[in-house]
Design a binder for this molecule. Structure first.
Ligand SMILES: [Zn+2]
Length: 128
């Protein structure tokens, strides 16, 4: 469900952007996904195909780029890329406290990588 609602937002945004540019068909959608969204790329692509059915986005290629999550440590002041426990399934990692890569403290706040953004859309615009 997580992936499906994300896929719907991406499709909605792509449709809106395409309509603004009077495009008739969207061919490519480039999206940056923050690591802390814990979206599974394969699941997102699968759901994107379902969500885009019967819209002008149908058949478009979804290109995903994963952006590293960032944390700020309240204890040692570290600010930078987070160290996510990759061996944990994402459903568990989502609720695990984020540890500081410097001092190991769990007293951290997430400063980046919680969102996904559409960076670019390629679409066909009629020339006439
Ligand atoms: Zn720290």
């Amino acid at each position: 469900m997580h992936e499906f609602s994300a896929a719907c937002s991406i499709v909605d945004a792509a449709v809106t952007a395409a309509e603004q540019h009077k495009a008739t068909k969207v061919t490519v959608v480039n999206v940056e996904i923050g690591e802390f969204t814990f979206l599974i790329p394969e699941q997102l692509v699968f759901n994107f195909e379902i969500a885009s059915k019967k819209t002008i986005v149908e058949g478009a290629t979804l290109n995903l780029r994963i952006v590293k999550g960032r944390v700020e440590c309240q204890k040692c002041g570290f600010e930078g890329e987070a160290n996510i426990e990759t061996e944990l399934p994402s459903q568990i990692a989502m609720f695990a406290p984020m540890q500081c890569p410097e001092c190991g403290s769990s007293d951290t706040s997430i400063t980046g990588g919680k969102d996904f953004v559409i960076t670019n859309i390629e679409a066909e615009v009629p020339s006439s």
